[in-house]
Design a protein around this ligand. Sequence first.
Ligand code: PMP
Length: 289
Amino acid sequence: MEPKVYINGKLYPKEEAKVSVFDHGLLYGDGVFEGIRCYNGAVFKFSEHIDRLYDSAEAIDLEIGLTKDELKDAVLDTLKANNLNESYIRLVVTRGVGKLGLDPFNCDASQLIIITDTIQLYSKELYEKGLDTIIVHTIRNHPEALNPTVKSMNYLNNIMAKIECIKAGAAEGIMLNKDGYVAECTGDNIFIVKDNELFTPPVSAGILIGITRNVVIELAKEAGITVKEEQMIPDDLFNADECFLTGTAAEIIPVARIDGRKIATGNPGEITLSLLKKYQELTSAHSSV
Ligand code: PMP
């Protein structure tokens, strides 16, 4: 069956799913997006992702044009049309078709795109061995310039960092903020374990508030692990007992090395593994919207 892509209320075969070259999403990266997972036919943390999409849209003064429930129905209809039980869903809302020139208010109406596909970011081997990462030179966007809590289509900051890490032969790049504190990776949040406590940078470090990050914090707290959202410097990472990354696509993936330095207690560490197991239990038990 040929995959179908939703654009503004209609489903198109993949080959025919196209947008205008005058869409400000293309011309200026003017839009917002979400990446969501569907496990066992149920969309994981659906409301949280939809809420973040609407918050992102509001932050850039973009009208989505559907209610949250209508948008959820459109996602479910697209999954159904594609007969997918396990899927990675990409929701994109662009500013829409306009004139050349920045003015977003010249655009007709926002465009909603729903792609349901599969994604495997990392091999099984890397979940067992951990990732090689580097700290990149590209600093994370200044929160008062383009706030990283907004999941906008303007991902050049992350892409510049990704280019650095790919050229260095690393799987992920750890980004610092303008003050030299650890922020997050190009497409994932970061955690470390030190003396059996879990640490992750606070939102004020200039990060995307990852849905997976929030789930992991909850799972750790439920397991009686102390979680601290604290500023970290690169030395804190080098001295960590364990380190892992979180994201919708990656879920929980251990980090083996940072800038060539091995993380202390072997990989993946005990707490990383226990959280990964709990996360997998949660997603596999997940069966309602
Ligand atoms: N940080 C960045 C920059 C991201 O793009 C993402 C999502 N790919 C994340 C963190 C993780 O967020 P989530 O857990 O909501 O997927």
